[in-house]
Write a protein that binds this ligand. Sequence first.
Ligand code: NAD
Length: 480
Amino acid sequence: MSAALEGLYINGQWHAGVEVLEVINPTTETTLAHVSVGDANAVTAAVDAASAAFPAWANTSGAERGALLRKIAQGVSEQRERLMHLQSSNNGKPLFEAGIDVDDVIATFEYYAGVADALDAVQDQPVALPSHDFSARLRREPCGVLGLIVPWNFPMVTTAWKLAPALAAGCCVVLKPSEVTPLAELQLATIIAAAGLPDGVFNLVCGTGLAVGAPLATDPRVAKISFTGSNAVGVQVMQRAAETVKGVSLELGGKSSLLVLADADLELAVELACGGGFFNAGQMCSATSRVLIADELADEFLTRLHARAERIRVGEPFAEGVEMGPLVNRAQYQRVLGHIERGIQAGAHLVCGGKRPADLPHGYFIRPTVFTEVALDSALWNEEIFGPVLCVRSFASEAEAIALANDSDFGLVASVVSTDLNAAERVANALQVGLVWINAPQVIFPQTAWGGYKQSSIGRELGPWGLQAFQEIKHVIRAV
Ligand code: NAD
């Protein structure tokens, strides 16, 4: 067995934990690394360190914190290739996708460096009052020690979306990466350590959800939990947090739609359907796994989508020209195949895919899969599959398309394809989601919010909203 990586970074020191977990390469199904992980005691030590570091860190200026965030961005940039490699080997995503992830991390730290810089000028801003007898000022203060819990599908990205605004606000953190994909996070932690943050400001505890995530969500000294993951676990985190009235920010699941209106450019629609369904092997909370197509275009669209899906090159993430890698692990592979099997049994029509590629006997690969005739009350239509599976359905009117898209417990994102921009904007306004792309791939900017309606989220990440989630508002009113 290779030496286990130390999976705890607490108070500026690396430590081994109490048990060793195996990290798998999903392309080969072999062991990639061993990581020594923590338990509730490690969480207590990390929260001790974060609590001790908090008063001094909270008193630093925004400009000081901005400078450190910029150093982290630079460190990530210098290690771009290495981080991409770790992300692709651990998660299975093609190397070009890992590059998009790392660039997103850099952009997020740079953006929040600027946000931190700007904080000093607005601290203690006077508040206009309808009285000359009193004056008031507004302070924005960091809310305290944060627990950050992230999943395996975009591990570094979800971490950056929480960590950068947390540090910008002046909070101290305990980060728990996914036990499935800790490797890029461990490397990111070495970059953060090298950037020169005071000890205890950033702490990392690798481990399982029950051993590490649950005690983090319970510790009364943690002011807020920012969680990204499944709805089932999000509910548990919220329940634990409720016991000590902790704040929670939740980024959970989705069942999003791509709406192709009657005047759409079909080639663009097919590309966006494939991007929205098969990027990261469909393991995206923002997957547009419902494809809604205008009746008059449906036959031609399906023919082209079928042909394009069959051409998608599935293979190992480092191979030239590969468009889709494996799913992240055996559990996820079996879960997605189970959804496909049950969909077929329930009467949905399998257009293509649905199984392992013939030329890839190893690895958790599933061919891009397209279904039609999916019942509106089926699991395939309503549940998050989190794999490369699209369900295509036609509609007769704009109103029907909007109703179909909005008929979901989730409301994360949507895409609209149309050459009639007035119609596209009208549809975008009617969708109950947090982000709509029109004729565009799923581009994300740190300036625009991430999060959704209904059971997809509580709160928003990115932009000023990502920072505000980690700030308390204080007013000081004085008699004059
Ligand atoms: P998950 O909920 O199983 O795990 C997420 C994290 O929570 C992991 O770090 C896990 O170890 C931890 N955890 C597990 N049990 C816990 C517990 N009892 N208490 C505290 N922490 C616990 O999710 P996953 O399988 O890693 O990721 C896939 C899910 O994440 C999907 O449902 C997807 O939609 C969601 N997701 C949402 C977004 C978004 O922005 N809305 C982004 C990415 C992923």
